[in-house]
Design a protein around this ligand. Structure first.
Ligand code: GLV
Ligand code: MN
Ligand code: MN
Length: 420
């Protein structure tokens, strides 16, 4: 039964529009994990699962699951879906496109009474975006068994402990010390996502078949100086933490530029979060805390960056008026997608007449965590001007529908491969 991209587009559009309303009103589009709007979006999603007749559950890691059970007695499962949380002032498609596409896929399967030899589950992976607890991909890390006690015990700025939030939403943090039992039964995890870059749009390619997802490292840099009166302490008497922090910011940018030029692989680093204390025009900054985000496909380049930065910090500590400390706070390893699923995504796209491109992801995704414990792969669809993590983020509904058609073809192909 062919998946009609035209008729399914209106359903996709309607669901995207419903979810975009669930945002903090004063800063669209914001739906931070565990926030009021996030809980509202979860209720909305449960209702959509209900309409589709799916069994609804929340797993130990707090992922919301809608399950379409096969008529065959089987535990085998194919997982689709993505995430419905956003970054602050983010977009309407990052994560949402994959969840809505999963809903549309299941709607098509149900409406056409298509029998599958495996169960099909749609997941809203809990808290994919980097959050106040300094971790991303809470739910998919939980599935992979890599949410350790140190992460679970972290507190946010209002003292809320991560594991308490996971338990409140329906998880069970006591059972997160190893991969969840479901991993034994996963035949494939398939995620559709917007590209968040410009490659597909510029080359007019329908589908990006992801080959790898870079390692993501985050470091907290603390610069300690001395707060004081901005009018009385003379320029040569200061230990201005922001001035010293600016040296690190410039150094990180130049170093990443140099390494990325010398390597022909994906390599980027950003300092996008900075807190200045006490943050007053009349006070010399006494303390700066900032986060370095580092994404690398080559682990040799990653190590070169870390070593050079550590050398620079230790040299600054010998000469500067402030003390600089760097601490490793998060890491997700470089992963490659399942080769058979990559090939199947390629042939599924081709059989539908869609052009495709094998590419590396620049962003992190739940699929990266899942690929540590199960066969996993993902596809990208184009997004306008490559913009993402900002309110301007936009994807054509017709492109989401094309991606959903590819997902459906994958399900058909996997069904053929798994009839027993
Ligand atoms: C996920 O959105 C990331 O930061 O790559
Ligand atoms: Mn995402
Ligand atoms: Mn994101």
């Amino acid at each position: 039964m062919n998946f009609n991209t035209d008729t399914n587009s209106s359903y996709i559009e309607k669901q995207i529009k419903s979810l975009e309303k669930l945002t903090d009103e004063d800063r669209p589009f914001t739906r931070l994990v565990f926030s009021k709007k996030f809980y509202e979006a979860r209720s909305w999603l449960s209702e959509q699962f209900n309409v589709l007749g799916l069994s609804i559950s929340t797993d130990e890691a707090g992922n919301l699951i809608g399950l379409l059970k096969s008529n065959n007695e089987t535990n085998k499962v194919v997982i689709v879906g993505s995430h419905i949380d956003t970054v602050p002032s983010g977009g309407r498609y990052d994560g949402t496109a994959g969840v809505v596409s999963g809903l549309c896929l299941i709607k098509h399967i149900k409406e056409n009474n298509i029998e599958l030899p495996f169960n099909l589950a749609i997941y809203d992976f809990l808290g994919e975006e980097l959050n106040e607890w300094g971790t991303s991909c809470i739910g998919s890390r939980g599935i992979a068994g890599v949410l350790n006690e140190e992460i679970l015990l972290r507190q946010n700025s209002s003292g809320k402990i991560l594991k308490d939030e996971i338990n409140k939403i329906g998880g069970n943090s006591k059972l997160l010390n190893k991969p969840l039992p479901v991993v034994k039964n996963i035949l494939a995890c398939l995620e559709l996502h917007i590209e968040q870059g410009k490659v597909l749009e510029e080359r007019k390619i329908d589908i990006g078949v992801v080959k790898s997802i870079p390692s993501i490292s985050r470091f907290k840099v603390t610069v300690s100086g001395q707060a004081g009166h901005s009018g009385t302490i003379l320029m040569n008497q200061r230990a201005d933490a922001l001035v010293s922090a600016s040296k690190i910011i410039t150094f990180v940018n130049k170093l990443a530029l140099k390494i990325s030029k010398n390597s022909n692989q994906h390599f980027v680093s950003t300092i996008g979060k900075i807190d200045v204390l006490p943050n007053s025009a009349a006070i010399i900054p006494g303390l700066v805390e900032m986060t370095i985000d580092l994404r690398a496909t080559s682990q040799k380049s990653r190590q070169e960056f870390i070593n050079t930065l550590e050398e620079e910090i230790s040299s600054l500590n010998n000469t500067d008026t402030c003390q600089i400390n760097i601490e490793d706070i998060a890491f997700a390893p470089f992963v490659e997608m399942d080769k058979e699923l990559i090939n199947l995504f390629k042939s599924s796209s081709r059989s539908l007449g869609f052009s495709s491109n094998i590419m590396d992801s620049g962003a992190g995704h739940d699929t990266a965590q899942l690929s540590r414990v199960a066969p996993a792969a993902m596809i990208f669809i184009p997004c306008k001007d490559g913009l993402s993590h900002c309110p301007e983020e936009f994807a054509e509904v017709s492109d989401i529908a094309k991606g959903t058609a590819v997902l459906y073809k994958m399900i058909e192909n996997l069904a053929e491969l798994n009839v027993n």
